[in-house]
Design a protein around this ligand. Structure first.
Ligand SMILES: [Zn+2]
Length: 204
């Protein structure tokens, strides 16, 4: 028995001998990444989860949501970090990006983010920053937001800017208690204005 076979037998046993839909080319990679069978079980479960999502959704939607996620990490907001990407759906080119932060030229000091009252007065949400960045290119464009869809105040501006499709992960249950009411309004407004909305289940 080769090392790989021994490793695989242990892993397969731990995973309950289910019929794993792992492509042959990916087995060696999973083996190489996983020093122990326990790590392999973890990696394989992640792999299957990612693959399920990749099979279910459009490749470009997942790519731009991933880009919005990366951009969200640039925010200095200590509570919620949000990212937005606007693209031209004709050629998949990015025409605007944004994260939640203060305007250019104003102080970006962390203590201003730590005081809620000051923060709310100064902050620009990620979608608004992206729309301002895109300018006229927002007309007919697609907006991607992370970690979930826009608040109602951003949504009305997004509609007015000419965005025709919005894509975001479905709001996670733990965020719903705080953001649910604004998300519900946004869903209604987009429908009313005939803007497409796709909320993707990424298992977040
Ligand atoms: Zn907003």
């Amino acid at each position: 028995m080769t090392d790989f076979q021994a490793w695989w037998n242990t892993v397969n046993n731990d995973l309950g001998n289910q019929d794993l839909q792992v492509e042959a080319k990916d087995w060696q990679f999973l083996y190489w990444r996983s020093k122990t069978p326990a790590q392999a079980v973890h990696h394989i479960q992640n792999y299957l989860e990612t693959k399920k999502i990749a099979d279910k959704y459009d490749k470009w939607d997942l790519r731009f949501l991933e880009q919005a996620r990366v951009i969200s990490t640039w925010s200095k907001d200590p509570s919620t970090k949000c990212g937005a990407v606007i693209i031209n759906p004709q050629n998949q080119k990015v025409v605007g990006v944004g994260y939640n932060g203060f305007p250019r030229g104003m102080s970006d000091a962390q203590e201003l983010y730590d005081d809620r009252e000051i923060k709310y007065s100064r902050v620009i949400h990620c979608e608004m920053n992206a729309v301002l960045d895109a300018g006229h290119a927002a007309v007919g464009a697609t907006l991607y937001t992370w970690p979930f869809m826009s608040c109602d105040r951003c949504t009305v501006h997004v509609i007015q800017a000419g965005i025709k499709r919005c894509v975001a992960p479905i709001i996670p249950a733990d965020a719903y208690s705080r953001w649910g009411p604004t998300v519900e309004k946004s869903r209604r407004y987009l429908k009313e204005a005939n803007v497409l909305l796709d909320e993707l289940d990424l298992g977040l």
